[in-house]
Design a protein around this ligand. Sequence first.
Ligand code: C2O
Ligand code: CU
Ligand code: CU
Length: 552
Amino acid sequence: MSNSTKKIIHGISRRDILKLSAAGSAALILPWGSSSLSFAKKSPAIEHFVDPLPKPRVFSPIVQGQVIDEYNVFMQQIQHELHSDIGPVTTVWGYGDRDGVSSPGPTFEVSKGRTARVRWNNMLSADANEAHYLHQHYSVWDNIHGAVDNRKAVVHLHGGHIAAAVDGYPSDTILPTEFAEYDYKIDQQAATLWYHDHALGNTRLNVYMGLAGFFLVTDAVEQQLIANGSLPSSEYDYPIVIQDRKIKKNGQLAYHTLFDDSFFGDVAVVNGKAWPYLDVESGKYRFRLLNGSNSRVYNLQLGDGSIPFVQIGSDGGLLESPQEIYSLMLTPGERADVVIDFAYPGLNAGDDLVLINTQPSRPMEEEDEDPLLELMQFKIHSANVMQNVVLPATLSSIEKLSENDAVQERYFTLDDEYDAAIGDSKWLINGLEFDDIEEVVQNGAVEIWNWVNKSDMIHPMHIHLVQFQILGRYESVENSEGDLVPGADLGLDAGETGWKDTVRVGPKEIVRVIARFDGQSSGLDHELFPYHCHIIEHEDHEMMRQFKLQYV
Ligand code: C2O
Ligand code: CU
Ligand code: CU
């Protein structure tokens, strides 16, 4: 068990990456402490590619009805083994049931047309007032809207087309010893969704502690593709969540004690393990990649970048056709469904292929203080092709939303502003906060939303309830009135042509998206849904607002 970095073939050196990332970037001073003094230590060295990649088990319903599957899920503090050299000592928060609790939590698998009825039990403490595991300086509680020093939780189904009452509204808090029961009526197409904590002001802490898992929706279209031998399935289908963590000498998770607007760990944790490996046969595998990190953006490649990913799906489901790509940018909250062919020309049994991240933690700085180059390793252990999947030319048909159908176009600036109350700047949307509800969307309306990034960093913008389509990504230019308007078309990634719920908005870019805001709760007068930056430190402070979906 000693596969360290020297055994990588198809590798790339760290120096190459640094060269790559420094090219064309200028040193800038960040508005907020970018490397807070409260937090400078590095994690102890941990050997890479020692532990196998875990696959989260699938939840089994406690009751299976005609259309309703019932689950009884606990949130619990557990001791977790991040790496076999550290041992099962790390305190994390997980989800689970009577068959066990884990982080990431077990995976839900639900078919379109069925309802998952989930009782979410907060068992993070027996004492409703016990302090949070990650102790924060008292000033943080005053400064973050809605934050408190307790173990409140609420579960959000990210990407779910569901009612606001079960969406995990940030203040629908479940305190320890309490529970909430949510009915998820699944009426959307097959997609890789995920569930994670969304407690107002505490989300970054709760997700960092481990409260996240997959929620896979399947449907007849996808099942037909699998039956036809057009998609890898079961043991050839892995959900993979990539997270970054900082670890203390005693094996415990480390996090800022003062507020910082970003977090970058130096340990790659994939499905809960530090730098794992996966034994693969030389055939095709489906990997549902999720960036479940708080702040880190990944630009993924396989080894030296000569082996492709074939992207087959985005946040909201299958693409129209498979897209061969050699690098894949994934911002927090985004998913990419990819197929990797370990029989690709040039790969042989016995080869190791490392999943690499070429994106620096803070691209605007000259040197990367917190690089995270290697993520996990694939070991091609047999020449046998155990299945013979042939990807089809067409995966699905996607109804193109037309600009002509849009009844509203809205603009949202993304920027940080000085807040006298806290004596520092904070990230906001249109300079407004969570309780400033200004956008009233008529149920069923098609709208165009423009994300106008005035800042020098990427913001992954996420809208609850809907899956949207990206109309374009542009350089922003100032017009004669001083407004920022779309300039040069920067184009979209191959994988950005399908349904999305989270989109990368790069420095000084304008990204236009279009969605049909179709609610699930006719009978109500209105519902409220959040939209926010998915850098969770930004979301908490407080780059999260809400729109009103108006039914009547
Ligand atoms: Cu995954 Cu409101 O977030
Ligand atoms: Cu969401
Ligand atoms: Cu942001």
